[in-house]
Every structure is written in structure tokens, then in C-alpha cells.
Design a protein around this ligand. Structure first.
Ligand code: PLP
Length: 367
């Protein structure tokens, strides 16, 4: 560090000291099969293009969007049978995570995460100057929640927030509803339940919001709704928590095009339910084929991705071979606790799924 940089460093509130690295390294190779980030490429491109054209007709980018996206809150509230004041919209699910941490955490306080899970929770807690209470799921392959262990390892008043992710990224499993309810009922703080993947899973706890004033449910429109590039997420909770979250938002935090597109996508109910059933049936096909490959141990998934462990092969090496030799981008999860030597692939189109399976089989047979 130069002297000038050193002087600047003294002024900066960055807990990562320039070594954050949350995002995967920039990929320079040509990608033919993009299945590393759980984007929803099963959402028909033609339909998305049609909706985007409609958005272009509707919006005037010279003017600011609605301040709290009220028209979208109304639509979401009616879909979930809630009041519009029970919805807050943010610039992506990650913004909602950040907002939850800002709402509850400052230096001297902590938020709990249950590893292995989505790394952005830990990132947001550290950015806010809070401490991370890292608790764990049981070992693979169950990756289960143990409510008694979790509840007895948190510090009341210090652990103000608990992140739960169900179905969980990267393990793919959805936790037992009663276990989640027990934790929400007994945790002496706010529970942020991330339901980004519930549309591909078995159930949602939205109808439990009325039972638990400390529960906030976070959703993203990047996966099921195919809008990763538009950056839209939302949270559902009791009116009290939502009004407090809204106070923290910068003005006009969602752009006018994303807001309009979200409203159009939400109305495509038939297309959305077809997309889900395609992903679910493809997921089963991919799982079975992975299971049949020697040295591959896939985990049951309730999401649009499958994580699998490699036995007798190096996951990082296989990931690089898939990328450089076949143009297939999967994500290496090995650095995450309890996910040693594991890769994660997203379920997208039949063609992509097949291309991935063939590439993986070939790579392994030449290993
Ligand atoms: C569990 C989980 N929550 C939240 C997000 C954030 O989604 P986005 O910021 O794209 O809306 C992701 C993205 O991968 C995720 O996997």
C-alpha cells in the first residue's frame, strides 16, 4: 500500500480490507452452458422479449418511478392474500437482506446464520459492523435443522436477527415446517426467512406471518420469475416491521422498467406454473442421471439447482475442465462449510441440462 492509499485506508469503513471476494472470479472463458448462478433460463426468451417491449411502450425513463412501488405492492399483496402495507420492494433480494441487517444490527450486536447457506447474509452483517454467530446444519446428506441446538446457542439480546433459508442454498433441501415454526416462535429476536426458492419447493410459510410478528419473509424475483438482470426482491411481514424497513430505503430504490416488468411477469400465471413444472421434472431427470455416475453424490433438491459431491476427484479441477474444455459454467461450493469438494449446477432448459450431463460424463471418463 502506498502512503496515499494508507491515509485513505484510515478513512474507510471496510471490514474486508480489500479482500472481500464474495462474487466468483471474473470468468474470461466463453460460456456455452450458463448454469452457475441459478438464473431461470427456463423462462421462455420469446415471452420475456414480448414483455420487455410492452415495458418500453409503458415507461418514460425521464420521470422517477413510484416512490414505494405501491402498484406492485398491491399486486404482490393480493397474490399472497396480505395487505399492501405488508410488502416492501427492494432492488433485488440482496438489497432486502442488506435492509434486514441495517434494521437490526450495529457494532456490538450479532446476527445468526445456519451454515452452509447463502453467503450474502454473512457479507451484509460484516458490512454493517456486526458480529456473525455461525451455527450449523447437521452433516450431509441430511443438512437438517436442529431447533434445540440452534435455540440453545444464540445469545438473547445480542443475536437480534436470525437468517433461515428454506429451501436452502446451496444444499437444496427444504426444512420441516414444524422445525421452522419452533425456531421462529422461540427465537427472541427477528427471524428473516429467505424463501427465494419456495416456488420450486413444497410449501411457503407466508400464511404463518399472522402467527409470528417477529417473522419477515424475503423473496427474490431473480429465480422463479426469471428477472435476475432486473434486480427486484421483496419482503413480507407484519405492517409494523414493513413500515420500519421502508424508512431505511433510499428514495426511488427500484427502477421504473423493473417495476413495470415485475407487474407484467406476475400476471403470467399460466406461463409461470408451466416453467415450474418443467424445472421440477427436469430436476428429477438430472438427479437420476447424476446419481448413476460413479463418484457423483447428488443431494435431493427442492430448488432450481442441484449440489453434488465428487468422490475420488477434485471438484475445482472438474469445474475448471467443464469451463475451459466444454464451456459449461457450474459453481464450485467447496469453500463453504460442510460442502467440501462439491459443485452446484442450475436446472434450466432440457438442452442445457443434457449438455451439462454429457460434458460431465465425458470429463469424468477422461479424468
Ligand atoms: C437464497 C438466496 N437469497 C437471495 C438471493 C438474492 O437474489 P437477488 O439479489 O438476485 O434477488 C439469492 C441469489 O442467488 C439466493 O440464492
Amino acid at each position: 500500500m502506498t502512503e496515499k492509499e494508507n491515509n485513505l485506508d484510515q478513512l474507510i469503513n471496510d471490514p474486508f480490507k480489500g479482500k472481500s471476494g464474495f462474487m466468483p472470479a471474473k470468468i474470461k472463458d466463453e460460456i456455452k452452458v450458463r448454469i452457475g448462478l441459478n438464473e431461470n433460463l427456463a423462462f421462455p426468451e420469446e415471452l420475456m422479449k414480448k414483455l420487455i417491449k410492452e415495458v418500453a411502450e409503458r415507461v418514460d425513463p425521464r420521470i422517477y418511478p413510484e416512490d414505494y412501488c405501491d402498484s406492485l405492492c398491491n399486486l404482490i399483496a393480493s397474490d399472497y392474500d396480505l395487505l399492501p402495507n405488508q410488502v416492501v420492494i427492494g432492488n433485488g433480494g440482496d438489497k432486502i437482506i442488506d435492509l434486514m441487517v441495517r434494521l437490526t444490527i450495529k457494532a456490538g450486536f450479532s446476527a445468526a446464520i445456519i451454515a452452509p447457506t447463502y453467503p450474502m447474509y454473512e457479507h451484509a452483517i460484516k458490512v454493517q459492523g456486526g458480529d456473525v454467530t455461525e451455527l450449523y446444519l447437521t452433516d450431509a446428506p441430511e443438512y437438517d435443522l436442529d431447533p434445540d441446538y440452534i435455540l440453545s446457542n444464540i445469545t438473547p439480546k445480542k443475536d437480534r436477527l436470525l437468517f433461515l433459508c428454506s429451501p436452502n442454498n446451496p444444499t437444496g433441501n427444504q426444512f420441516d415446517e414444524h422445525k421452522l415454526r419452533k425456531i421462529i416462535a422461540e427465537f427472541p429476536g427477528i427471524v428473516a426467512l429467505d424463501e427465494t426458492y419456495t416456488d420450486f419447493g413444497g410449501y411457503s410459510l407466508v400464511n404463518a406471518l399472522k402467527d409470528y410478528p417477529n417473522l419477515i419473509i424475503m423473496k427474490s424475483m431473480s429465480k422463479f420469475h426469471g428477472m435476475a438482470g432486473m434486480r427486484l426482491g421483496f419482503a413480507l411481514a407484519d405492517e409494523f416491521l414493513i413500515s420500519r424497513l421502508k424508512e431505511l430505503l433510499p428514495a426511488f430504490n427500484v427502477n421504473i422498467a423493473s417495476l413495470e416488468l415485475a407487474k407484467l411477469v406476475l400476471q403470467e400465471k399460466e406461463a409461470l406454473s408451466k416453467i415450474v413444472s418443467n424445472i421440477v421434472s427436469e430436476r428429477e431427470i438430472v438427479y437420476k442421471r447424476l446419481e448413476a455416475i460413479d463418484g457423483i453424490i447428488p443431494y435431493k433438491s427442492f430448488t432450481n439447482f442441484i449440489m453434488f459431491r465428487l468422490d475420488g476427484m477434485d471438484a475445482a479441477e472438474i469445474q475448471q475442465k467443464l469451463l475451459k474444455e466444454k464451456g459449461v459454467l457450474v459453481r464450485n461450493m467447496s469453500a463453504i462449510p460442510k460442502c467440501e469438494n462439491s459443485l452446484r449446477m442450475s436446472i434450466t432448459t432440457k438442452e442445457n441440462n443434457l449438455a451439462f450431463l454429457n460434458a460431465l460424463e465425458e470429463t469424468i471418463s477422461n479424468y
